[in-house]
Design a protein around this ligand. Structure first.
Ligand SMILES: *Cc1c(COP(=O)(O)O)cnc(C)c1O
Length: 394
């Protein structure tokens, strides 16, 4: 990655720079693979495009412990993957008379929560489970919420604001026992958490390229063969088993495949390097700044996440000042386009307005260094001090 500006980028939950090795494979795909993969039955050029897509599919299958390449459906990103999983499964189930109830959690990404709202308008029944103060659902709440009409449980692998990692194996055990489908939005977990869909009992899983050093605008939905069936959202030429029509984004898919392969191959190194930086960052902030609270689970948290409330400092002012000093962080959920909305994640976890309104999300990445952490701590310490001293009015 070329860092042309001197800014310290601590916003890796929002997006990441594309890895050079991913760019290199995408460039080859742009240069050499130009035909439509659907033309493989007509000519050699089509076969080459199909081959490039197949290789990406295989890389993803290998990385997530899936068994068949048909289980990977390429999409335009995780927003589409989440929508396709929820709407596709629920609409198909209703049409087959298989039920109309869906269970999710209060801290899910907007792509899941808003899709649930849309489904409610269509007459589906949605249960939104509460979370504890660390952002985790209680597996016994989940078990109690499952009933005869339940079709699907959608609970994210790791949260994009506070980094809390869900008890995936326990959830998968419950859904398997109860005979309902388990979808997980694993966008933030790829490259940090071992995601073996068979071992964890996952039936559908959403991933996104741009959160894992891959390109924007491309993602995938894993769909367990023979168990989950979808009603398509796009109708057309019948691509991707008829579940997602549209000519495939070949260079994007090549980039996604490479990014997923690297994320899994380098997972342990990334966890070790980034986790060490994050722990050091957290330790020094707690030492040097009074009155701060770390949000998220003390143990079951992504190694790249640090979400901190600087009680008494307004989060938007603070993030703007950090930006002025070259430290890029986020307030609340950066995925939301409505700037002044309070974080639904922190609101579901905490009963403390001061803590919710003063929270800043830092997301570290594989290319950050100890030097970045040292400078970040200095920038934060001086700005928090000034904001608190002047009551946030300057
Ligand atoms: C970013 C994100 C999404 C949306 O992914 P896009 O590919 O940007 O549409 C969904 N879920 C989570 C948890 C995310 O962090």
């Amino acid at each position: 990655m070329d860092t042309e500006d001197a800014g310290i980028y601590f916003d890796h939950h929002a997006s990441t720079a594309v890895d050079d090795r991913v760019v290199a494979e995408m460039e080859d795909a742009f240069d050499e693979v130009y035909a439509n993969p659907a033309s493989r039955t007509n000519h050699q050029a089509g076969q080459e495009a199909h081959g490039a897509v197949s290789e990406a599919r295989e890389r993803i299958v290998d990385a997530i412990g899936a068994t068949r390449t048909e289980e990977v459906v390429f999409t335009s990103g995780a927003t589409e993957s989440d929508n396709l999983a929820l709407k596709g499964v629920m609409r198909e189930a209703r049409d087959n008379g298989d039920g109309s109830h869906l269970i999710t959690a209060a801290t899910e990404h907007e792509a899941v929560l808003e899709a649930c709202d849309a489904l409610k308008w269509e007459g589906f029944d949605v249960t939104v489970l509460p979370v504890d103060e660390y952002g985790r659902v209680n597996p016994s709440d989940l078990r109690a919420a499952i009933r005869d009409e339940t079709v699907l449980v959608s609970i994210m692998a790791a949260n994009n604001e506070v980094g809390t990692v869900a008890p995936l194996a326990e959830i998968g055990e419950i859904t398997t026992e109860e005979g309902v489908l388990f979808h997980t939005d694993a966008v933030q977990a790829v490259g940090y958490v071992e995601l073996d869909v068979d071992e964890l009992g996952i039936d559908l899983m959403s991933i996104s390229g741009h959160k894992i050093y891959g390109p924007k605008g491309v993602g995938a939905l894993y769909v367990r063969y023979g168990s989950a069936h979808l009603k398509p959202m796009f109708h057309g030429g019948g691509h991707e088993r008829g579940w997602r029509s549209g000519t495939l984004n070949v260079p994007g898919i090549v980039g996604l495949g490479k990014a997923v392969e690297l994320a899994e191959a380098e997972r342990e190194d990334r966890v070790a390097h980034i986790g060490k930086l994050r722990d050091e960052f957290e330790r020094r902030l707690c030492e040097e700044v009074d009155d701060i609270a770390v949000n998220g689970h003390p143990e079951h948290r992504l190694p790249n996440n640090l979400n901190v409330s600087f009680v008494g400092a307004d989060d938007q002012r603070l993030v703007a000042r950090l930006n002025d000093d070259g430290l890029y962080a986020a307030t609340g959920s950066a995925c939301s386009t409505m700037e002044t909305r309070e974080s639904h994640v922190l609101t579901a976890m905490l009963d403390d307005e001061n803590r919710i309104q003063s929270s800043v999300r830092f997301g570290l990445g594989k290319d950050n260094s100890e030097e970045d952490v040292t400078r970040a701590v200095e920038i934060i310490t001086s700005n928090v001090g000034r904001l608190r001293q002047f009551g946030g009015l300057s």
